[in-house]
Design a protein around this ligand. Structure first.
Ligand code: GLA
Length: 408
């Protein structure tokens, strides 16, 4: 046999072997920037039905959120009905009489994408039928219905190992053949940042968010967490995040009852963290202030920056923390977060602050390079780094700026 022929046979044999082994992987490239969209859980909880979801999809378009980059409409827990006689999952017939396929078609007709929820255990967190033992059947159904995003929870998983359980669903989705963003919702119990990148596109790093800026809500045995509490969790995991594999500090509570300052700070910090921006409020009734926060394109640009580097805490100045996020254009975003309730004056002398990011090998030397400053909440220029920065940051609020290297 000639050498060429030998190579050819070897290639064909390898391909056959790979297809017999059911070679599996995640669908690559579906979340090169953090996913953006809306999820039903934070405001609606189990009170979901097809009319509401359609109205929210309409509102997402009409409010300008679609133009600002929000894409996914995701139904969280409680859409489920029973499994049929063959074990296939169905939708709750009372709340989703037209079925999930019709709803997904509606969402798609708006130029949006459609997401759904299940759990790796026998039951979802609200006690609905979950995917354990039915992973391949569920993945087939999702593909048939036109699902584009799966949030996969961790309730009811007694005896399971997280990495293996999530791998099973990843493989099932891959075999079903429809590209679906895979969002791991394992709450950070088993360090998903260490193994999640080959399995999904994002992973929750914490228990559930609670609609408060600075609190822990004890449910008796488990807690939900305020914005600052989530921000302070899991130090040192930013190195694991990047395009197509994100740390997820949970869906947003913007518009759900915090003050406007707090909502602004929450949104800004999620952008600094390169977090998925999944709104969790009722888009049909939101105030103009909420809309303005959620659609601030300059903040969104920081979140969606193509470099995909998660920001870090650079400095603490009394109640103000300074966060830094390197950006693709050679610039950076800075966010002065006032954790205190009272306002605080900030003086920041650029010549005294060379910022280095050792994890991603970045250095910003303001003595060597001058930067233009843009205030991205006021939407205006704010001088350069030649002059010391002096601002007052209100309580539970931020001063957020974008720095771009000045052209010589
Ligand atoms: C868990 C998740 C939440 C939500 C609920 C639904 O608590 O972490 O985000 O999906 O389940 O029951």
């Amino acid at each position: 046999m000639s050498d060429m022929k030998g190579k050819k046979y070897f290639l064909i044999a390898s391909l056959i072997l790979i297809s017999f082994c059911g070679f599996s992987q995640k669908f690559e490239g579906l979340a090169l920037t953090p996913p953006m969209g809306w999820n039903s859980w934070n405001d609606f909880g189990c009170d979901v039905n097809e009319d509401k979801i359609k109205e929210v999809a309409d509102a997402l378009v009409e409010s300008g959120m679609k133009d600002a980059g929000y894409e996914y409409i995701i139904i969280d827990d409680c859409w489920h009905g029973e499994r049929d006689s063959l074990g296939f999952i169905t939708a709750n017939p009372e709340h989703f009489p037209s079925g999930i396929k019709a709803l997904a078609d509606y969402v798609h007709s708006k130029g949006l994408k459609f997401g759904i929820y299940s759990s790796a255990g026998y039951k979802t967190c609200a006690g609905r039928p979950a995917s354990r033992g039915h992973e391949y059947q569920d993945a087939m159904k999702y593909a048939e219905w036109g699902v584009d995003y799966l949030k996969y929870d961790w309730c009811g998983t007694e005896g399971l190992k997280a990495e293996g359980a999530y791998m099973t669903m990843r493989d099932a989705l891959y075999q079903a053949g429809r590209p679906i963003v895979f969002a791991l919702c394992e709450w950070g119990n088993d360090n998903p940042w260490e193994w999640g990148a080959n399995i999904g596109h994002l992973w929750r790093i914490s228990g559930d968010i609670y609609n408060c800026f600075d609190c822990e809500f004890d449910h008796g045995g488990w807690s939900s967490w305020g914005v600052l509490q989530i921000l302070d969790m899991r130090k040192g995991i930013r190195k694991y995040a990047g395009p197509d594999h994100w740390n997820d500090p949970d869906m947003m509570e913007v518009g759900n009852g915090m003050s406007v300052n707090e909502d602004r700070a929450h949104f800004s910090m999620w952008a600094m963290l390169a977090a998925p921006l999944i709104a969790g409020n009722d888009l049909r009734t939101m105030s103009q202030e909420t809309k303005d926060i959620l659609t601030n394109k300059e903040v969104i640009a920081v979140d969606q920056d193509s470099l995909g580097i998660q920001g870090f805490k650079y400095k603490i100045m009394d109640s103000v923390e300074v966060y830094v996020k390197p950006l693709a254009d050679g610039g950076l975003a800075l966010c002065f977060l006032n954790r205190g309730k009272g306002s605080q004056n900030v003086e920041f002398d650029w010549s005294q602050n060379t910022i280095t990011d050792d994890v991603f090998d970045k250095k910003y030397d303001f003595g060597a390079t001058q930067y233009e400053i843009r205030d991205i909440w006021a939407h205006e220029k704010a001088g350069t780094t030649k002059k010391e920065l002096k601002v007052t940051v209100p309580g539970h609020d931020v001063y957020m700026i974008r720095l771009t290297p000045k052209k010589k």
